[in-house]
Design a protein around this ligand. Structure first.
Ligand SMILES: Cc1ncc(COP(=O)(O)O)c(C=O)c1O
Length: 350
């Protein structure tokens, strides 16, 4: 593969205050891009990070034919840079693309683009607790035509943003009983841009009620708890962790599958099965619901302190020996090369 690289003349890095980063607002010096036309991907390029120019008729603006990924790179104490299970993101973006009738992006292009980009912008990966480089691969439909059909041109890109430890504040959630995020046969399992657009309005209504997230339930009867905004969800009832199985409504989260594997290896009982709203409400009433947490790349684990269901409010107990703290530490230690990696999850960039 001939990767074309055009480097910046002068880095912007000296203008960045790494101690005051808002999530996803600052981007590194370079970006990776590759265009698809006439049935094939062209020459991949790395160029200085810059705005793009599109015709107003580009299909992505009209039909939302767009998919994306989210992953992170970490720098250890010896300045080595690591990714966490990037093969999973590479496979998932192509699964998402297939559902949106977009062409798969070749694996070797993905890995070469990703690793060369991170090497060029290595200074932007900061060491230290909680610091990382958030990486956003995405694909958009670029054909100039407003007919409602699949595009015949696409652009694959990777952009990177330095981030600090994710702290979303105290999180309380509401269980969805009206709106839905995904339905059987739909696009819920894909990281399709439109899934997120569709979730913003219910999320805003929830936020007006004081809730930071909606926990989505099945679209047909709102009987099963499926996932939160940009996270999968786990429930600890007594000493068992429960989480919904993946399906065509649920994103197959990398963090979720890592938590399941790690928890099981540490002897924690995990049940992957449909989780009923009423069993969680009942467990909360009996004091058996010990923990609830979201799982995703941004925060790894985001503890949920309370929830509302049909107007009834529940608070979770404060746990000294929480699974969420233990699992979060175990996973972040692997990500940051502070612990053995028995599962082979770490991927050395440089
Ligand atoms: C809807 C949804 N569920 C779950 C996740 C968690 O997935 P991952 O652990 O791969 O980040 C994400 C974030 O990517 C998401 O957008």
């Amino acid at each position: 593969m001939a990767l074309h690289i055009e480097k910046i003349e002068k880095s912007k890095i000296d203008n960045v205050d790494f101690n005051n980063l808002k999530f996803g607002e600052v981007f590194t010096d370079h970006m990776f891009e590759c265009d698809y036309e006439n049935g094939k991907w062209g020459t991949p390029k790395i160029r200085p990070y810059q705005p793009l120019q599109f015709d107003p008729s580009a299909k992505v603006f009209h039909y939302g034919q767009a998919v994306f990924e989210g992953m992170k790179a970490y720098k250890d104490d010896n300045d080595k840079v690591w990714l966490f299970r990037p093969d999973q993101n590479q496979e998932r973006i192509n699964k998402s693309a297939e559902r949106l009738d977009m062409p798969a992006f070749p694996k070797e292009y993905f890995f070469e683009g990703l690793t060369e980009l991170i090497k060029l912008d290595k200074e932007w990966v900061q060491k230290g607790e909680g610091n990382s480089l958030y990486i956003r691969p995405f694909v958009i439909a670029t054909e100039n035509c407003v007919s409602a059909s699949s595009s015949n041109k696409y652009k694959f890109m990777i952009i990177c943003s330095p981030v600090q430890a994710y702290y979303g504040g105290e999180v309380r959630v509401v269980f969805a009983d009206k709106f839905s995020r995904a339905a059987d046969g739909g696009v819920g399992y894909a990281k399709a841009a439109g899934n997120y657009a569709a979730s913003f309005y219910p999320a805003k209504l929830a936020s007006e009620q004081g809730y930071q997230q909606v926990v989505w339930t099945d679209a047909s009867k709102h009987e099963f708890l499926e996932e939160a905004g940009t996270m999968n969800v786990f429930f600890r009832v007594n000493d068992t962790l429960l989480t919904a199985p993946t399906s065509d409504r649920i994103l197959d989260g990398v963090t979720r599958k890592s938590i399941i594997q790690l928890a099981e290896s540490k002897g924690i009982k995990v049940e992957v099965r449909p989780v009923r709203v009423d069993e969680i409400v009942e467990a909360a009433r009996k004091g058996e619901l010990k923990e609830m947490f979201g799982a995703g790349t941004a925060a790894v684990i985001s503890p949920i302190l309370g929830f509302e269901h049909q107007g009834e409010k529940f608070e979770l107990p404060k746990m000294d020996d929480s699974y969420s703290k233990f699992i979060k530490k175990s996973i972040t230690d692997i990500q940051q090369n502070k612990a053995e990696d028995p599962f082979g999850w770490r991927y050395l960039v440089e």
